[in-house]
Write a protein that binds this ligand. Structure first.
Ligand code: SF4
Length: 227
């Protein structure tokens, strides 16, 4: 496949460092060079995320988890964009661009970064989401414009639905088990992951993965004699 002169987008989405890299990289490459992505339908995800984020706006950080520095959630749902990412001391064309969930202003002038999840997945571990949260931290500490801030803590705020609540149809819903999962800062690992990511993007189009059900569906479907 002939590559265009420049990618259709040069801003790397933090979530692509979690889900994009854990599967086949071919669709990822197409997304950045051609801005073509597979349609996805996740009807409840946006609603549940918004409700959870709203619940923690202006929250006192130590009430979320005692390990967190004194501070208050002051920002939510804002886009952050980084300076160009450097590899081996050289600027690349690539930057981080993403919208975080919650950011606290801490009493000592640092900030805390929180990613909200409504989930019962065993994958909600700090290690799995570390590159994604580090990407937001990188953008906050190396912003394309404005003042840099030090990110003192990063973590996942998970709501796992466990039971139903309420006693009548007009006032009932799901109860959740809440846990805060601290994610350790690991800038070196982030630089390794983003370096590999950029290497994939700057290379030729990768081969399709053997286990992706979407490609298997497309191959099978294209083999049918349909109009
Ligand atoms: S296997 Fe096919 S559909 Fe799946 S991610 Fe790769 S290119 Fe995309």
């Amino acid at each position: 496949m002939k590559k265009p002169i420049k990618p259709a987008r040069e801003n790397i989405s933090p979530s692509d460092l979690t889900f994009g890299l854990s599967t086949c990289k071919r669709c990822l490459w197409v997304k950045y060079w051609y801005k073509v992505t597979a349609p996805m339908t996740m009807p409840l995800v946006g609603t549940l995320s918004s409700l959870q984020e709203e619940y923690f706006q202006r929250a006192d950080m130590p009430t979320i988890d005692p390990s967190l520095r004194p501070g208050t959630v002051t920002k939510w749902g804002e886009f952050v964009k980084s300076k160009p990412i450097q590899i081996n001391g050289q600027d690349t064309r690539w930057r981080i661009l993403g919208k975080y969930d919650l950011v606290s202003t801490n009493d000592d002038g640092t900030v805390g970064l929180i990613d909200c999840k409504v989930s019962d997945s065993e994958r909600d571990s700090g290690a799995f989401y570390s590159p994604q949260l580090e990407a937001y931290a990188f953008a906050l500490e190396n912003p394309a414009a404005g003042k840099a801030v030090e990110v003192a803590s990063m973590g996942l705020l998970v709501w796992k639905p466990t039971h139903t609540v309420g006693d009548n149809p007009d006032n009932s819903g799901f109860g959740v088990y809440q846990k805060y999962v601290a994610v350790e800062r690991d800038h070196d690992n982030f630089m390794r992951v983003i370096g590999d990511f950029i290497q994939v993007l700057e290379g030729e189009i990768p081969e399709a993965g053997p286990t992706c059900t979407t490609c298997q569906f497309l191959t099978t479907r294209n083999g049918l004699d349909l109009l």
